[in-house]
Each structure stands twice: as C-alpha cells, then as structure tokens.
Design a binder for this molecule. Structure first.
Ligand SMILES: Cc1cc2nc3c(=O)[nH]c(=O)nc-3n(C[C@H](O)[C@H](O)[C@H](O)COP(=O)(O)OP(=O)(O)OC[C@H]3O[C@@H](n4cnc5c(N)ncnc54)[C@H](O)[C@@H]3O)c2cc1C
Length: 211
C-alpha cells in the first residue's frame, strides 16, 4: 500500500510558513492594496525566511540540496492560506517557478551562478516575458524577433502582462530567431534590465493583485 500522507517534516514546515506569513506579511495590506504598492521589504523578508530558496538548489543559494517539489507545494499552499497579500504571493510564484526553475532546468552553469544566488537572496527580481498583445494563449505566434549580432543577439518587440516586469532586474524573454521556422524558431534569452534598449513601463491601474 502506498502511503500518500505528508511527511511530518513537510507539515512542520507548513506550520512555520503559516506562522511567518501571519506575523510578518499582513501589516498595512489595505493601504498597500488601495495604493497599489509592492513591498520590497516583504519580498526581502520572504527571501530571508527561505521562500525563494525553495526553487533553487543549495549549490546556488537555495534551501535544500535539490529543489523539493512536495516541500515547495506545501509551502506555497501555506503562503496562499496565510498571506493576505495576493500580489506578493503571485510575484513569488511567478519568479520562483517561471524564472528560477527555468534557469535551474535549462541554464548553463555560468548562467546559474550569475542569476540564481541574487534571485534567491532577494537582491534581484526576475520576470518571465512571453505574452504579447496579439499572442496570449497562442504564444508560438509571437512577433518578437532575435537577430544575431556581434557578441550576442538584438531583440526587437514588446511584451505585456508580465508579472514583476516594472521592477525586475532581469527577465527571461522569448523571441523568434528565425520566423520562417515558426514555433521551432522560438528561443529564450536572459536579459538584464541595464541592457541597451530595455524598457519597462510602469504598472497600469488594475482590478485585483494590485500589490
Ligand atoms: C495575473 C496575470 C499574470 C500574468 N503573468 C504573466 C507573466 O509573468 N509572463 C507572461 O508572459 N504573461 C503573463 N500573463 C499573461 C497570460 O499568460 C495571458 O493572459 C494568457 O496567456 C492569455 O492570453 P490573453 O490574455 O491574450 O488571452 P487570449 O489568448 O486572447 O484568450 C482569451 C480567451 O480565449 C480563449 N482561447 C484562446 N485561444 C483559444 C483557442 N484556440 N480555442 C479555444 N479558446 C481559446 C482563452 O482560453 C481565453 O479564455 C499574466 C496574466 C495574468 C492575468
């Protein structure tokens, strides 16, 4: 018989996350929601507690030798339950699972060394930029192109609806290196915000997830 119950250690960690979220993350939430304020201080508290570290192996600054998906699920469920700041929880999940995890799975050692420690310790925020105004669900039909130049690629185009984009220090940006190849031309680029031509527009007023 298979035992599907949660290991005691995971349940203890879930309780730790609930205690942490209730005591550290919920102050001033009404004001922050009304004014649409993202709290960098709370982001840092989460990093110091080890939340971002769940999506990074220890070698690059993470919590455990390897990313433990069950431990992470229990932690993110606990955060969703106890933290009233939905924008913060969305931002954490977006960075951890679409930026950190993508680098963990597909990055080179050099890329892991460069980006993961900073994303994990709270120093940097990362975004995952796929969506465009004319190609949401239909991501492979993106119009952003990447042209090979001396020393790298030049990306040309615009993304939208990207979580954390206005304040991100780096982004994984998807672009097509050869539109004739259709979806097979799509590739991912690690772009730092200080790259020439990189522009992030301010947050638009929106309903929900305002923090
Ligand atoms: C809170 C939030 C955070 C986000 N964060 C990110 C992010 O970090 N990075 C990023 O790149 N994007 C992000 N997005 C964008 C998100 O990925 C897109 O909204 C999503 O891909 C859908 O695209 P769209 O909004 O253009 O809708 P559309 O593609 O226009 O779809 C509209 C509706 O039509 C339906 N539909 C579309 N095509 C078909 C079809 N062929 N058959 C049947 N039904 C269809 C869809 O299911 C949907 O109900 C975010 C969006 C939200 C709301």
């Amino acid at each position: 018989m298979m035992d599907f119950s949660w290991p005691a250690e995971d349940l203890r960690y879930r309780d730790d996350v609930i205690r942490f979220a209730k005591s550290e993350l919920n102050d001033d939430i009404i004001t922050r929601d009304k004014e649409g304020i993202f709290s960098r201080e709370l982001w840092q508290k989460c990093a110091d507690f080890g939340i971002q570290g769940l999506a990074t192996p220890q070698k690059f600054g993470g919590r455990l030798p390897e990313v433990d998906i069950l431990r992470s699920v229990v932690a993110m469920e606990a955060l969703g339950y106890a933290c009233k700041d939905g924008g913060l929880v969305l931002g954490l999940n977006a960075q951890m699972w679409t930026v950190q995890m993508s680098i963990v799975l597909f990055g080179t050692d050099e890329q892991k060394q460069k980006f993961l420690p900073k994303l994990t310790n709270g120093e940097w925020l990362g975004a995952h930029a796929l969506t465009e105004a004319e190609s949401g669900s239909d991501g492979f039909n993106m119009t952003m192109t990447a042209e090979k130049k001396d020393g790298g690629y030049m990306l040309n185009g615009e993304k939208c609806l990207v979580t954390l984009a206005p304040i991100a220090d780096m982004a994984i940006v998807f672009a097509n290196v050869n539109p004739k190849l259709g979806k097979w031309g799509v590739s991912a680029f690690l772009v730092e915000k200080n790259s020439a031509g990189y522009e992030a527009s301010p947050v638009r007023d929106k309903m929900g997830l305002r923090t």
